[in-house]
Design a protein around this ligand. Structure first.
Ligand SMILES: O=P(O)(O)OC[C@H]1O[C@H](O[C@H]2O[C@H](CO)[C@@H](O)[C@H](O)[C@H]2O)[C@H](O)[C@@H](O)[C@@H]1O
Length: 279
């Protein structure tokens, strides 16, 4: 498989660094929209064809393979099907934007504390949705956060805009963070994001290079963190999938693909390049 089109020089250098020194590389990806095609019902998300095999091939030679997601870590492991997948015994899943860490090696999850505001938000949310005139928005209760989805409503974008102000107010009143995403507004704990999560991963692994794939606004923090770490000598490849149409993320990508199938193509090409180099 040929090298994907790298639209930036920094990305080209990052790709070469990973291929030349895979033992110093972290390969990480978002789940929804990057490894998994977007679907109406969040419970029906599944990894794209070939995604787990590509990650497993990379896991043979790189320092760490990780999924970094807004989902609870255990939900992401279940939906993605990574548990027990051959070759993914060293995988790490950072859930809730990094609040949680699941390790395939132990099968257990560790978590930072969850602020009490999440529980209060759970109680107050139905009344807030009712008062906003959007009582039928789907609330995905993720225990440590609450995601309010509008995808299945008659006017998804309109409903999202209607909810933005009242949910911002609710989040602020409870010292929570309002995380915007693709037809979703999420009330979640502050103090952590995918950028912080990736920085921790880079520090704990001593990574010299990172490839990260994402598609939505929540992945911007990861892109920004890696871009900033380039100034400290880290090599990085930022892969943007167009799944959510997040313009700022797409513009920041070193490689831009249409969807999770495109991410799989990139990961497979990287595994091929590493295999060709070490053969
Ligand atoms: O960090 P991610 O793995 O990308 O998770 C972000 C949110 O993804 C999910 O919502 C999105 O995907 C759904 C299923 O395809 C889709 O129906 C929804 O419109 C998208 O916003 C998930 O449900 C959220 O909990 C995650 O925070």
């Amino acid at each position: 498989m040929s090298t994907p089109v790298l639209v930036t020089e920094a990305g080209r250098q990052g790709w070469e660094a990973i291929v030349a020194d895979p033992a110093g590389a972290v390969i990480a990806s978002d789940f929804d929209g990057a490894l998994s095609p977007l679907v109406e019902d969040p419970a029906m998300s599944r990894a794209a064809d070939g995604a787990l095999d590509a990650l497993a091939r990379l896991a043979r030679s790189v320092s760490q393979v990780a999924i970094v997601t807004g989902r609870p870590a255990l939900v992401a492991t279940e939906l993605s099907g990574v548990t027990g997948h051959p070759g993914l015994g060293s995988l790490v899943v950072l859930g809730h934007y990094g609040l949680e860490r699941w390790e395939a090696a132990t099968g257990s999850v560790t978590s930072d504390p969850v602020p009490s505001g999440v529980g209060v938000a759970r109680e107050q949310l139905p009344a807030v949705l009712q008062a906003a005139g959007v009582p039928d928005a789907f609330v995905e209760d993720k225990e440590s956060s609450l995601a309010v989805h509008t995808r299945r409503l008659a006017d998804p974008s309109g409903a999202l805009e209607t909810l933005r102000a009242p949910l911002t107010e609710l989040a602020e009143s409870l010292e929570l963070r309002l995380e915007p995403g693709n037809l979703v507004l999420e009330l979640r704990p502050p103090g952590i994001d995918k950028g912080v999560a990736l920085r921790r991963l880079v520090e704990s692994t001593g990574a010299r290079s990172v490839l990260y794939a994402g598609d939505d606004l929540g992945d911007l923090a990861a892109f920004r963190a890696l871009d900033a770490l380039r100034a400290d000598g880290l090599y990085a490849v930022l892969v943007a999938a167009r799944s959510s149409g997040a313009t700022e993320l797409i513009e920041a990508g070193d490689i831009v693909v249409d969807d999770p199938a495109g991410v799989v193509t990139v990961l497979t090409a990287l595994a091929d390049a590493i295999a060709a180099r070490t053969r």
